[in-house]
Design a protein around this ligand. Sequence first.
Ligand code: CMP
Length: 143
Amino acid sequence: MDRTFVMVKPDGVQRGLIGEIVSRFEAKGLKLAAAKLESLPEERVVEQYREHLEKPFFPGLKAYIMSGPCFLMVWEGKGAAAVVRTMIGATNPAEAAPGSIRGDFGLDIGRNVIHASDSPASAVREIGIHFAPAELIEYSKVD
Ligand code: CMP
């Protein structure tokens, strides 16, 4: 089953957007395989965003992600990574389409509400950073 990693960032948690965001993915037909509210340690933020380590915005990105708890999720369903990326919209909320999560709830690229894996390979990597295998529900075993 295709899975993807999704994270409501501290601005989204503080603004009370977890329920709205979870509702959208549930309504789409995706299944929640894992979820937890967590303040991320620096090592996992660095690992999560390792491709951006040398970017000028990285120190601000790290401080933002560590500014409060994040809501971490794993969603599953056919083509989950691509479906979720379409639903969250462009990285810059100012350019994200209305109807997408960032398009409806964001304005600033530095406070863009939500992160989701950009490919199935990234999803495997990012799920492995944040979740132990035992934390993931195997619906085929409980249905
Ligand atoms: P995300 O989808 O989590 O992946 C990388 C993150 O880096 C992105 O969302 C933004 O939060 C952040 N980011 C990307 N570009 C910029 C930028 N130009 N300025 C500030 N933050 C950025």
